[in-house]
Design a protein. Structure first.
Length: 248
């Protein structure tokens, strides 16, 4: 189970999906990634696309995460009811934000998730306490406010790990662009602060990466789980490479 693997601190590698293409998801799932994450915040995905994508993953026995649209109970509950193994929650800026995310992921009396697992009951335990233990609550650290509160966010009971959004975090720290090299040192110190907060709280530290090479570097730095690139990025890169080869 993905929750057990991630919580154990074992190296975990995921793939990022932005487009509505369940057949492509099925193929990617066969490559060997530990999970596939569907981006409902910035991706081209509605609820039907999430449902079809998660179903395609099941055909391959691969776990699915969803980055939800917002830190709201409706979006979080909908993704979990569709069968996601966990949710990545954007723009978590305080311990109160983190507590709201946890409550949306857990059934009463621990939280306030509404009982209606529909498709999730095919993949996860039906009893509330067991279902709570089977899904992951993964707030994002991607703003200056979130970074300043990262120790308090990491310490919130029920938070399984923190996930860094590198583009927004660099911008939030003052960068002129998501890859502004002038902010490399500031950004690296921010990453270390998040890792340290996670280690102190006994939770996992994750980050999005643009390539497998960068993911390997992040693992060497102490991160335990990374998502790699995206389907649209790779499609464009492969198309450009083959066009270049054909043109000689």
């Amino acid at each position: 189970m993905l929750a057990d693997q991630l919580r154990s601190g074992a190296r975990t590698i995921g793939y990022w999906v932005l487009s509505d293409n369940p057949q492509a998801v099925e193929r990617v799932a066969g490559v060997g990634y530990d999970y596939v994450c569907f981006d409902a915040q910035h991706g081209l995905l509605d609820y039907r696309a999430l449902l079809n994508g998660l179903t395609a993953l099941d055909a391959r026995g691969t776990a699915g995460l969803v980055r939800v649209q917002d830190n709201q109970q409706f979006w979080i509950g909908q993704a979990l009811d569709a069968g996601a193994a966990g949710v990545i929650i954007p723009m978590v800026n305080s311990a109160d934000d983190a507590r709201a995310a946890v409550a949306a992921c857990r059934y009463p009396p621990t939280g306030r998730r509404s009982m209606g697992p529909v498709r999730a009951e095919l993949r996860f335990p039906a009893r509330p306490a067991e279902a709570d233990a089977a899904v992951l609550c993964l707030p994002m650290i991607e703003t200056a406010e979130g970074l300043e509160a990262v120790e308090e966010i990491a310490a919130v009971p029920g938070v399984d790990g923190l996930y860094i959004g590198p583009s927004d975090l660099r911008l939030g720290l003052g960068g002129a662009a998501p890859d502004d090299p002038a902010y490399d040192d500031v950004f690296d110190r921010a990453l270390e602060r998040v890792r340290a907060a996670c280690a102190s709280a006994g939770i996992i530290a994750g980050i999005h990466t643009p390539s497998g090479a960068v993911a390997s570097r992040r693992f060497a730095e102490g991160f335990t789980w990374c998502s790699v690139a995206s389907d649209l990025t790779h499609l464009e890169e492969a198309a450009r490479s083959h066009l270049g080869d054909a043109r000689g």
